[in-house]
Design a binder for this molecule. Sequence first.
Ligand SMILES: C[S@@+](CC[C@H](N)C(=O)[O-])C[C@H]1O[C@@H](n2cnc3c(N)ncnc32)[C@H](O)[C@@H]1O
Length: 233
Amino acid sequence: MSFLNRIIRGYNAKHYSLKKFSGSELEVDKWMISDFILRKIIPIVGVHPYPLSELELLVSTLIWYQPSHVCDWGTHLGKATRVFYETAKAFNLKIHLISIDLLEDVEHAEHPHEKRGRLVRHLPEVKLMLGDGVTTSINFLKKQKTANIRPMFFLDGDHSYKSVKREIGIIGRTYPRAAIIVHDTFYQSPDSKYNIGPHRAIAEYIAKHRQYKLIQTNFGLPGMTVLLPKYEK
Ligand SMILES: C[S@@+](CC[C@H](N)C(=O)[O-])C[C@H]1O[C@@H](n2cnc3c(N)ncnc32)[C@H](O)[C@@H]1O
């Protein structure tokens, strides 16, 4: 085995462990997370649609919040779901992964059809479901017998103001202590003509529901925001 191969094998066998930090803020070992993303995540999902900073936020929130269940929509190719799966595996977290996309006959510009879940459909640990994301996931979680449900939601379906507002509202009413991650939340001035619907939906929601703090990647598209209940953990 060549010297280079030995190094690569060593890296691939690398074990990632959770570091505990005292304090209430979302804090992770960013060096370890960066190493993990470069070695284990980028080779599988690349940097599209989630650039490095967003991959960091997805991974960090998962390992810090340690949910019992992650419900994400829409599945599309399953990139986000695969990020959650690889992270849970590498950091030895027992998390139920549920990913939802629209029914086959629903019209949507980004409907994946036969490509749905391509990156995760072979993984028995991932439950793929069809339907409206928020309705399907809440119905699924309500049927679970587990006493301590601690869900985390990842919203990446229809990025309109109306949809995100509805989805956050339903989650907030049903699971007020859940962490919520929303994609496509970058704010630009109106002359940019960007879709600022998700940003607006979040801003309005947290103005009325003060139990959340926001963690955001804020320096370009597409943008990602975590709504994290204060005092959680
Ligand atoms: C931008 S893609 C998501 C990318 C995906 N998260 C990934 O990691 O590859 C948007 C997806 O959301 C789906 N979608 C749109 N509205 C939805 C809804 N209400 N419920 C579930 N899925 C939805 C679309 O069919 C499409 O597959």
